[in-house]
Design a protein around this ligand. Structure first.
Ligand SMILES: Cc1cc2nc3c(=O)[nH]c(=O)nc-3n(C[C@H](O)[C@H](O)[C@H](O)COP(=O)(O)OP(=O)(O)OC[C@H]3O[C@@H](n4cnc5c(N)ncnc54)[C@H](O)[C@@H]3O)c2cc1C
Length: 474
């Protein structure tokens, strides 16, 4: 039977079964018993909203660089509860804005610097996992962007070309159909772009291990403590029902959930990404599929799909396409969307005929955050005592590490390689008010699906000129 979040929500009266929110949270090897909640007002040098990768990496680097700091993290559920404990396991140098578009917006040198820092972040995640003895199953298998059908080949060639223009193509390779099949056998694969700068991880173990590392360094984490509001200016603070944390700097690291705070309602658009997972496959199935390198795999569709092979021999198949919810709402029940989950299962079977008869054991999902221009921001305003990093558009595992390094350096007043990136203090305009936001988001979602379907039907690549493409791809 497929285990679903909706069937496993409560551990006991009033208590959430946090292990039920994803395969990753289920397999941390921990009970996920919440840490104590904040009880009464307190003070800190830095107070952080959110114990996902962004909040935890920020706390980690702050404390590594300045051990005497008092760093307090407030988490509304448990560390790793959000996207950080539910994702597709890609720790990738991929960035939400394409290299070509980055170059247009910020110029060649700034783009190169950013993409090189993204690559370093992939290595840095592995380095810290080892140094802190976090069993994050980090494996640097690289990434394959696969052209499933002829319509997707020009997109791969274009992507390779933009890396070459930036002199960042070292290690990247365009593979033909045969070379692709030597790595992984996917029906209809006509070629692939191999990029070595990508690893797979066990995301929830990484998040939970990071939380422990932060505590070892002297940081304090309060769980089941929801920040209901925040103040900036002369007296920055995070406000909760069980007391305030007054701090020199408050850090807002809640990604999609930030849209739930009144003051940030239109800053990011919460979009759901959904995942299905198979049982561990037999040796015969793996012999048919290949994939010994455990690369992260995606096709080149606009409607994102992402795959990984887990350490215990399952296929994870994720994708966007679940509908945006009016008013940027985030609810547990949205983690499941039967039509999207069913579509993911049938697409997985179409990609891998060896899955015939295999069981899908898990289905889950979660919200990610899309800023209006798809460009993540890592910003700090010393005058107002507020920092934030957000807007990863579903590519936040390695990016959040870069955010942590960047925010720590900015807050500590250090002038380093990461404090001059185009993400630093980047300002994005707000999303439209409802109902325009809902209409626009649904229009782009549906439009891009139609563009993908048409390209697959006709074999012709997308023109890039439809309204949906102009609004919804970067
Ligand atoms: C299904 C899915 C698959 C994905 N796959 C990938 C992938 O393969 N690779 C990749 O790079 N990225 C992926 N992403 C995106 C990536 O997981 C996120 O960008 C990244 O984890 C964001 O980290 P974060 O700490 O900023 O946010 P989150 O992990 O969402 O953490 C925010 C935390 O803040 C807490 N919080 C929220 N509001 C409050 C409040 N008011 N008070 C206190 N605490 C609060 C939440 O409970 C949560 O723990 C995926 C996302 C999803 C949803």
């Amino acid at each position: 039977m497929t285990r679903t979040v909706s069937s496993r929500r409560h551990a006991g009266p009033g208590a959430k079964d946090y292990r039920s929110y994803s395969f990753w949270l289920e397999t941390t090897g921990e009970e996920l018993t919440p840490r104590p909640l904040l009880s009464g007002p307190t003070e800190a040098d830095v107070a952080i909203l959110g114990a996902g990768f962004t909040g935890l990496w920020t706390a980690y680097y702050l404390l590594r660089r300045e051990p005497s700091l008092r760093v307090v993290v407030l988490e509304s559920e448990v560390a790793g509860f959000g996207a950080s404990g539910r994702n597709g396991a890609w720790c990738s140098s991929g960035f939400p804005v394409s290299p070509g578009e980055l170059q247009r917006r910020f110029g060649r040198e700034a783009t190169r610097e950013l993409l090189l820092q993204m690559r370093s972040a992939v290595d840095e995640v592995g380095r810290v996992a080892t140094a802190e003895e976090i069993d994050a199953q980090y494996l640097r298998g690289g990434q394959l962007r696969v052209a499933r059908g002829p319509s997707q080949l020009p997109g791969l060639e274009g992507a390779y070309e933009s890396f070459r223009n930036l002199d960042l193509d070292g290690g990247l390779r365009l593979l033909d159909a045969e070379e692709t099949a030597e790595r992984v056998r996917i029906t209809g694969a006509e070629g692939a772009l191999y990029n070595p700068h990508c690893a797979t991880i066990h995301p929830a173990r990484l998040a939970r291990g990071l939380a422990r590392a932060v505590e070892r360094l002297g940081g304090e984490i309060f769980e089941q403590t929801t920040v209901t509001d925040f103040e900036t200016g002369p007296s920055p603070r995070l406000v909760t029902d069980s007391g305030e944390v007054r701090a020199g700097t408050v850090v807002l690291a809640g990604e999609a959930y930030l849209a739930q705070l009144r003051k940030l309602r239109r800053e990011v658009l919460p979009i759901y990404s959904l995942i299905v997972l198979t049982e561990p496959l037999s040796e015969e199935s793996w012999a048919e599929i290949g994939w010994e390198g455990r690369e992260c795999v995606a096709s080149n569709r606009y409607t994102v799909d992402y795959l990984s092979r887990t350490a215990d021999g399952r296929i994870l198949f994720g994708g966007r396409g679940a509908p945006y919810h009016y008013g940027s709402r985030i609810e547990d029940e949205f983690d499941r969307h039967d039509p999207t989950h069913e579509m993911l299962r049938s697409t997985a079977r179409a990609w891998f005929p060896a899955l015939e008869g295999a069981r899908f054991t898990h289905a889950w999902g979660g919200p990610l955050a899309v800023p209006r221009d798809w460009m993540p921001t890592m910003s700090y305003d010393p005058a107002r005592g507020v920092a934030t990093a957000r807007g990863y558009t579903g590519q936040g595992v390695a990016t959040a590490n870069l955010s942590g390094q960047t925010l720590a350096d900015l807050i500590l007043g250090r002038d380093t390689a990461v404090t001059h990136l185009p993400t630093v203090n980047h300002e994005t305009r707000a999303w439209e008010p409802e109902p325009l936001r809902w209409l626009g988001a649904r229009y782009v979602q549906r439009g891009l699906m139609k563009v993908d379907d048409r390209a697959e039907r006709t074999g012709d690549p997308p023109t890039g000129k439809t309204l949906a493409e102009r609004l919804g791809s970067h």
